[in-house]
Design a protein around this ligand. Structure first.
Ligand SMILES: [Zn+2]
Length: 651
């Protein structure tokens, strides 16, 4: 699982917040775990909570609270083990917190505004910035051209519900049935051009006497926005249009409201401010209107120019030009053929470019590339079927991939057969047969006791990957009827000739061991050498008796203490796979991931216990440390563990 922290500085519902909500609802939750932080209380926080995601509010109410925001986000990143921070704008506080915590962060740039040095710093420190249009990238890079490579254009997605039912606006506001409804939708903010709309309304009224004008949305909360509504109302009264304007306030059912309108206007401005120009980065309403089948007349600014193709998917007019805006609206009203063609083309275009599934695919692709996750749809995880993999290491053309969902890890690509054959020749077993024999006899006797715990009488035992056969030899002496399988032809010859025990050469999946079932099946440090442990375990499920017991011992990928000690002593990471190693492990398990594989193969796990199968005093010392840590923390950090399992009844 990868943990993502989303940071939204604002809590009013605007285009950016709606886009983030859509992302939160549709993100692949089997791969990504999500947390949200907001800098204010508000409707957006409520909407997030409705989706079942936790949203923490860190209030910003003074200059000094900027520092507390950095601190709070930093601690949240550490506490929740966040892997990636996604900021729903450019916010240096969140960026700085992520930077301090050493976690990559992404920005999402949705509007074009007068950028300042904190924005520059944010983009520079970020891993990537997603921009909603080319206009946004151009807007930023006009000031900071050296940062263009940080940007990737990711068109906003719009939810496209089927069968949107229009709100009966005429009834709701007591309008006549032939009223022609022309609306502006979005936050009431000077740069959205409401004043131009009011001026145009006067002219529109001349061409469309039955026109009624809707202003849908709530006031912006900043200082400039708060007086804007009264300014607008005054202007409307001066123009003598009080009867023709409706302020609907904020609407939750925005798509239903849009689809009730006859025309949507987006008269956004290019507003010169200190240090730059503020303009529309995307123009989400244009896409929403297209989805709802409502024609749009919009300003030729920012992202709107990219969304709308003039006279094909809408009508573009000069910004801050009431005359042109009015003409556009009247044209749409009078020319029915043109209106229907615009509606048709715009809807087709919106479905093609702004659908959620394509957007989510692209977005998750960006997350994966930043997190170093590989997506492989052709080779899903054998345990859980997930297709996202992290890279644990890379060496000599081999990678160790880890399933993001269940943690099962394996070598990719698999090494060639010749390399494996060569490695398990006589030289591999030599130290076991001579130098380590005494210690190994002790180890195997202890393991026989483990097997015997599950049985009153010795029965038939199969040791898969039996190596040079010492365990078979000792089990036989203990009364078991033993059989072995082994990949190494050297070992099989040795067992048959020197020990007189039945042994099969090859992979257990390919061997026919006869129809009589086994009571005990053991795999002592074998499963990690197999190419497909699931297939191996499925085969064992077929040949183990219904009351049988399976014992699997494998190295532990979570051997944290050994990793620390190794790094301390050798000054480098304890690696997992190199073609030059004596032991070629192809699969790496944690207690959790082996449980999933066993479950899938048809086994119920009885217990997972430490594997003390040690020989040397150093290992015994290490095991004491591990045991202490295990007692204190409950974490299985031993170098290896055993899983004892029973075959599940076939349903
Ligand atoms: Zn998996």
């Amino acid at each position: 699982m990868k943990n993502i922290l989303y940071v939204s500085p604002y809590a009013h519902i605007g285009g950016g917040e709606l886009s983030l909500l859509a992302i939160l609802k549709n993100l692949n939750r089997e791969v990504f775990k999500v947390e949200v932080v907001c800098y204010e209380e508000g409707q957006f926080v409520e909407r997030i909570k409705e989706t079942g995601i936790t949203c923490k509010v860190i209030k910003r109410n003074s200059f000094f609270s900027n520092f507390s925001i950095v601190g709070s986000i930093y601690w949240l990143i550490r506490k929740k083990k966040i892997n990636l921070v996604c900021v729903n704008s450019l916010d240096i506080r969140a960026g700085f917190a992520a930077y301090l915590a050493g976690v990559p962060f992404l920005g999402h740039l949705r509007i074009i505004f007068p950028f300042a040095w904190p924005d520059f710093l944010f983009v520079r420190l970020s891993a990537r910035i997603m921009a909603v249009s080319h206009a946004v990238v151009d807007g930023f890079c006009a000031h900071y051209p050296q940062l263009r490579s940080k940007f990737v254009v990711l068109l906003n997605a719009v939810e496209m519900p089927l069968g949107i039912i229009p709100v009966p606006l005429r009834d709701e506001f007591g309008l006549s049935n032939n009223a022609w409804l022309i609306g502006m939708v979005g936050r009431i903010d000077p740069y959205k051009g409401h004043a131009v709309f009011v001026d145009a309304a006067r002219l529109i009224k001349k061409g469309i006497p039955e026109a009624v004008f809707f202003i849908v949305g709530e006031e912006a909360h900043d200082q400039e926005g708060s007086h804007y509504v009264s300014v607008l109302k005054e202007r409307i009264t001066t123009c003598g249009l009080s009867e023709s304007f409706v302020f609907s306030g904020f609407r939750q059912d925005i798509m239903n409201v849009i689809s009730a309108l006859d025309t949507v206007v987006i008269p956004s401005l290019e507003l010169k401010k200190k240090g730059g120009v503020l303009k529309e980065g995307f123009g989400r309403v244009a896409v929403e209107a297209a989805v709802c089948g409502v024609p749009v007349v919009a300003s030729k600014v920012g992202g709107l120019k990219e969304i709308i193709q003039d006279a094909v998917t809408g009508i573009l007019v000069s910004a801050d030009n009431p005359q042109e805006l009015a003409e556009g609206v009247v044209t749409v009203f009078k020319d029915k053929e043109k209106r229907l063609s615009i509606i048709h083309e715009a809807r087709k275009n919106a479905r093609l470019l702004y659908g959620l599934s394509g957007h989510m695919r692209a977005l998750e692709g960006i997350y994966c590339s930043v997190l170093g996750i590989k997506q492989d749809n052709d080779n899903p995880c054998m345990a859980c079927g997930n297709t996202y993999f992290g890279r644990l290491e890379q060496d000599s053309g081999y990678e160790v991939l880890q399933c993001v969902r269940c943690g099962l890890s394996y070598v990719d690509p698999l090494p060639p057969e010749e390399l494996l054959k060569e490695r398990y020749s006589r030289d591999y077993y030599k130290p076991w047969l001579v130098r380590q024999r005494k210690a190994r006899v002790r180890m195997w006797k202890r393991r026989i006791k483990i097997v015997n715990r599950f049985f009153n009488n010795a029965g038939r035992l199969l040791d898969v990957g039996c190596g040079e056969g010492l365990f078979l030899e000792l089990s036989k002496a203990d009364g078991w009827d033993v059989t072995g399988t082994e990949f190494s032809s050297f070992a099989v010859h040795y067992i048959k000739e020197k020990l007189g025990i039945e042994a099969y050469e090859g992979d257990v999946t390919d061997i026919d061991v006869g129809s009589e079932k086994f009571d005990a099946v053991t795999l002592w440090h074998v499963l990690e050498h197999t190419k497909n442990p699931l297939e191996v375990l499925k085969k064992i499920r077929d040949i183990i008796s219904d009351n049988g017991v399976l014992i699997v011992a494998v190295p532990n990928l979570n051997n944290k203490i050994s990793q620390v000690i190794y790094r301390f002593l050798k000054g480098k990471r304890l690696h997992l796979f190199s073609p030059a190693d004596r032991e070629l492990h192809l699969v790496f398990f944690t207690p959790a991931s082996i449980r999933m594989v066993l479950d899938k193969a048809g086994f119920d796990v009885i217990e997972v216990v430490p594997d003390y199968g040690c020989i040397r005093w150093q290992e015994r010392l290490l095991n004491s440390v591990n045991r202490l840590f295990y007692l204190i923390s409950g974490q299985m950090v031993f170098d290896a563990f055993e899983v004892h399992a029973r075959p599940r009844e076939r349903g």
